[in-house]
Design a protein around this ligand. Structure first.
Ligand code: PAP
Length: 331
């Protein structure tokens, strides 16, 4: 904390800004209890940590940052990024940290874990081993400038809107244990999702922020699809390694290292680990709730195709107009 009595210190200005913002920004309760603010065009669940991250984080050229909307494959990509980057450090997979550490401990989330208050001491990230691995749910336009202007790399993973919504829906039912949320309310929540009213939404703006930057600068932003990873994991993990500057050598490929990493990071294997079955890494997230079915097209078991078409119309139109289409997914 600043010891200066000068009220114009950076921290004071930011604190004032926060108070003003909270008074002026449109806001609503997410899941009936978490305040979210419409901040820089997205529904921000953690306003002060987000501003703290924007204000204090200094990127390094070697950083690798995973970006995603919640329920799009964050956990999976954390496993994969960590395992690919550290494959020489942990060659014996039977003793790999993934057996004993939650992926969210290995790849830390900026706004949900590292940053909290604008004022006061901030996390010392300078001692983390290089490359530093981080994750965020903040949309591209709201990332700190140092991420945009440095040579650090962003791995973005997107998932189709229907499975993202269903995953979110189950997560809310599981985590919240709130009797006011009942299975029959699914259409109400889906309508809300399509209108962008969920934490870190709107969906289409979020995707387009990272998509646009990927098309402008493919060496800066890698664009992965959850469905692509499911369809052809080897090809996508090879892309990931290449993008992060550590491509698999021919010897590694011949030794089936890519496949071994995919196996190590598979949902079936990891959801059974004690570290992932119990405990909480985030205050409001039980570890087990991050692992469910991991399927493509699971939405069909919950939503009626004829009822969703119209609701999704505007979202799809906006994506289409911007030249975006899913490579691996058709509804
Ligand atoms: P988060 O943003 O809250 O961290 P995130 O990991 O992005 O969540 O998404 C969770 C989804 O990824 C779940 O999907 P589902 O509800 O449709 O099943 C979860 O099952 C899936 N998932 C988690 N780990 C893996 C994995 N190793 N492989 C494939 N999918 C996974």
């Amino acid at each position: 904390m600043s010891t200066s009595t000068n009220t114009n210190s950076l921290e004071d200005i930011e604190e004032d800004k926060l108070e003003q913002l909270q008074l002026t920004l449109p806001n609503k309760l997410w899941l009936g209890k978490y305040p979210t603010y419409l901040y820089q065009g997205f529904w921000c669940l953690v306003l002060e940590p987000t501003i703290s991250f924007q204000t204090h984080f200094q990127a390094q050229d070697s950083d690798i940052i995973l970006a995603s909307l919640p329920k799009s494959g964050t956990t999976w990509l954390k496993f994969l990024i960590f395992s690919v980057i550290n494959r020489n450090k942990f060659p014996d997979f039977s003793k790999h940290p993934l057996h004993t550490q939650n992926p969210h401990e290995l790849v830390l989330q900026f706004e949900l874990k590292l940053y909290s208050k604008i004022k006061g001491s901030q996390p010392d990230l300078t001692k983390l081993p290089s490359p530093r691995l981080f994750a965020t749910h903040i949309p591209y336009p709201s990332l700190p400038d140092s991420i945009k202007t440095s040579k650090c790399k962003i791995v973005y993973v997107c998932r189709n809107p229907l499975d993202t919504f269903i995953s979110l829906w189950h997560f809310n039912l599981k985590c919240e244990r709130d009797e006011t949320i009942t299975p029959d309310m699914i259409m109400k929540y889906f309508e809300n999702f399509c209108k962008g009213g969920f934490a870190f939404g709107p969906y289409e703006d979020y995707i387009l922020g990272y998509w646009d930057e990927h098309t402008r600068n493919p060496d800066k932003v890698l664009f992965l699809e959850y469905e692509g990873l499911k369809a052809d994991p080897s090809a996508q993990v090879m892309r990931l390694a290449e993008f992060m500057g550590c491509p698999f050598s021919e010897e590694e490929q011949k030794a089936s290292l890519v496949e071994e990493i995919i196996k190590l990071c598979s949902l079936d294997s990891l959801k059974e680990k004690d570290v992932n079955k119990s405990g909480k890494f985030y205050d409001f997230v039980e570890n087990y709730a991050l692992f469910r079915k991991g399927e493509v097209g699971d939405w069909i078991n919950y939503l009626n195709p004829s009822m969703i078409k119209e609701l999704l119309h505007d979202l799809h139109e906006k994506l289409k107009k911007s030249g975006f289409s899913f490579k691996y997914y058709n509804e």
